[in-house]
Design a protein around this ligand. Structure first.
Ligand code: SF4
Ligand code: ZN
Ligand code: ZN
Length: 303
């Protein structure tokens, strides 16, 4: 039996610490890491009203649970139903069950009602990959709805694996602007219409978030989005997974090595002007926001 340094039976190997840990020591480590991330990067203020972007998956439910347990701020979930047949019906069931259990309000919005078309319909009509429409409209609605509900922060369950994947994706596509979505808190400049996004789990591996959730009684149906196979992110995740097996801590090192560079990039981007979309009035760094551009392409009437 592998033991924790405290003598109890170990349940997980925590790579960053190079240690096997028992349930109690792991829970302490996990919560301390997330709380330190929040404190060190000033992610949450006492007056913040926090919206959590939830999908019904293990990561976002673990984040909702964690924030609700540790903070007295007003906290609620925002769920965006993209309209993916055979997928979202299932994750939304888990979501409602756990929100009820945690006693947290969850607001639901759908692409169909808010944008005018489900993601499945967009995929049939459009020429882009499903994740391109999905990501743009989801980000658009999350910001708009979080702001509409009075949130001052939008918490996302991005973990270390997600962050390392995003860094590599952006590097491989040389997409400097997208680097601004990285970091503990995204948003370079403040704009009254932009709700800053925070990532309390940014230094925790996906597996650690999963184990934390399981230890807290979160058991969701595992189901993959039918479009995931086409996702660039999934390919990058696979490459990283393979590499990390050979080189432990590779993902952690990708994030850590990149952080000083990110600060520099954000500093440079400070001059970039944030403005309101000429069509919908949402915040963007272009004249017409990406959501309106996609709506045009998909021939969705723009109101
Ligand atoms: Fe959306 Fe792509 Fe994720 Fe599916 S895999 S939920 S289409 S971003
Ligand atoms: Zn222990
Ligand atoms: Zn717009």
């Amino acid at each position: 039996m592998v033991k924790c340094s405290c003598g109890k039976r170990a349940i997980i190997y925590v790579k960053v610490k190079g240690k096997y840990m028992c349930e109690d020591c792991f829970l302490r480590y996990f919560e301390r890491t997330a709380l330190n991330t929040i404190r060190r990067h000033k992610l949450i203020d006492k007056r913040d009203k926090i919206a959590v972007g939830v999908s019904g998956g293990k990561d976002s439910l673990a984040l909702l649970y964690f924030l609700n347990e540790h903070f007295d701020n007003e906290i609620f979930g925002i769920f965006i139903n993209e309209g993916i047949k055979g997928y979202r019906e299932i994750t939304s069931k888990d979501l409602r069950k756990y929100c009820k259990r945690f006693g947290v309000e969850c607001y639901e919005f759908s692409f169909k009602e808010e944008i005018g078309m489900t993601l499945d319909e967009m995929v049939k009509r459009g020429r882009l990959k499903p994740c391109s429409y999905c990501g743009v409209f989801r980000r658009y609605l999350l910001n708009k709805k979080a702001r509409g509900l009075g949130a001052t922060k939008l918490a996302m369950a991005h973990n270390l694996d997600d962050e390392a994947q995003t860094i590599l994706m952006n590097l491989f596509t040389n997409d400097v602007k997208r680097f601004m979505r990285l970091g503990y808190m995204t948003g370079i400049k403040t704009h009254p219409k932009f709700v800053p996004r925070i990532k309390p789990f940014r230094l925790l591996y996906e597996k650690e978030v999963l184990v934390y959730g399981l230890l807290k009684g979160i058991r969701v149906t595992y189901i993959q989005c039918p479009y995931a196979e086409q996702a660039y992110r999934v390919r990058i995740a696979h490459v990283l997974w393979k590499l990390e097996r050979k080189y432990p801590l590779l993902k952690y090192n990708v994030v850590k090595v990149f952080d000083p560079k990110l600060r520099e990039l954000k500093e440079r981007a400070k001059d970039e002007e944030l403005r309101e979309c000429k069509i919908c009035g949402e915040v963007t760094n272009r004249d017409i926001c990406k959501a309106c551009e996609f709506k045009r392409e998909l021939k969705i009437p723009i109101s």
